[in-house]
Design a binder for this molecule. Structure first.
Ligand code: SAH
Ligand code: AVI
Length: 341
């Protein structure tokens, strides 16, 4: 059996936009904030996998249901040879899509992209044996900065972002990102994007305030990452997990709230940060979508919806879109130019 796995890493010492920059920027602002990508060291990735199994966290199992129902439709609509997955994690649900593309006889290459190197390597190796003949080209990198390294496609390409990860961008960054991704699709490519839908706020808030406290552990883990990577002295247990639905923005905010006044040192940055009692650090937003919001984002990003697949309860959506065709100035334009010449 031919097994082909190649992993390239664009993170590490030479990387110029790192945790250090984000900590320096984010913890010296009047309203403190850290980007959510820093949750996902090996421990954070494991905690996220536990979140996916929680009874309150409906997005994962609902998206799996939608994929089980519609992967063959997606395979037929796209006839994709290449699946690029942004924020692939353990690619647990992705197998449904890979199998449908393999069954359709079009699949040649899978390109998982994630910041967590261990997960990319382990998942890549497993998938290459599960799908004989599949080329796995893993990219350890930041999907906001390293997509230029994708290179030419192996044929019609799907770029997928599952799990609702698109909701973790702020609205402006989200549209910029969608526009940039649209440019990677090529004329016969498609974007597949999982979005958590707006619903009863109590249901959404329960998903981020689970009874077992796993989401709270996941939230605090970002402080452990800063402690380890930048020799800081955060006391994670002195911060409360806070998650609430902001009805104006229709997004969840996760924050860490200091239980008392605190001074934190970040040795590698020679930085001292103070937290007032009950001061909050925002660690994530998780936007929820209406079909209208999604359509507006697509239009602003030069993307055209093909289909929005949902579950019977309308909890989660999986949207397929393609780039808006660029108008081509053909023969008519040449005639005018010739006449003018
Ligand atoms: N797609 C999976 C995992 C979602 S969790 C699912 O649907 O279950 C979000 C994933 O995105 C994590 O694996 C995390 O490591 C990755 N991630 C977050 N920010 C990232 C970034 N800026 N660049 C690349 N990967 C990122
Ligand atoms: C990865 N992302 C879509 C998850 C979300 O729901 O926004 C991360 C997460 N945060 C708390 N629980 C899960």
């Amino acid at each position: 059996m031919r097994v082909s796995v190649e992993v390239r890493s664009f993170l590490g010492p030479g990387d110029d936009s790192s945790l250090a920059d984000d900590v320096l920027d984010g913890l010296t602002r009047p309203f403190k904030e850290l980007p959510p990508k820093h949750f996902y060291d090996d421990i954070g990735a494991q905690l996220f996998d536990r979140i996916c199994e929680l009874p309150e966290y409906y997005p994962t199992r609902t998206e799996r249901l939608i994929l089980a129902e519609h992967s063959s439709d997606i395979a037929a609509l796209t006839r994709a040879a290449e699946l690029v997955e942004l924020g692939s994690g353990t690619a647990a649900k992705t197998r449904l899509l890979l199998s449908a593309l393999a069954d359709a006889g079009t699949l040649r290459r899978y390109v998982p992209v994630d910041v967590t190197e261990g997960v990319i390597r382990a998942t890549g190796a497993i998938l290459a044996t599960e799908y004989p003949g599949l080329d796995v080209h893993g990219i350890v990198g930041d999907f906001e900065r390293h997509l230029g390294h994708l290179g030419p496609s192996a044929g019609p390409r799907i770029v997928a972002m599952l799990g609702g990860t698109i909701g973790n961008f702020t609205p402006g960054a989200r549209r910029r990102f969608l526009r940039d991704v649209g440019r990677l699709l090529g004329p016969d490519g498609a974007l597949l994007i999982g979005v958590d839908l707006v619903k009863d706020p109590a249901r959404i808030e329960a998903a981020y305030n689970d009874a077992a406290g796993v989401t709270a552990q996941f939230n605090r883990n970002v402080l452990q990452v800063v402690n380890r990577e930048l020799r800081a002295d955060f006391e994670p247990d002195e911060f409360d997990h806070v998650a609430f639905f902001d009805r104006d923005h229709e997004w969840i905010e996760m924050r860490l709230r200091a239980r008392r006044r605190m001074t934190v040192h970040v040795a590698d940055l020679a930085l001292t940060v103070t937290f007032a009692m009950r001061e909050e650090l925002r660690t994530e937003i998780s936007a929820k979508f209406t079909p209208r919001r999604l359509a507006a984002d697509f239009a602003a990003s030069r993307l055209e919806p093909i289909e929005l697949f949902t579950d019977p309860d309308g909890l989660f959506g999986l949207a397929l879109a393609r780039p808006v065709a660029t108008p081509r100035f053909g023969a008519a334009h040449r005639r005018v130019s010739a006449a003018a010449a």
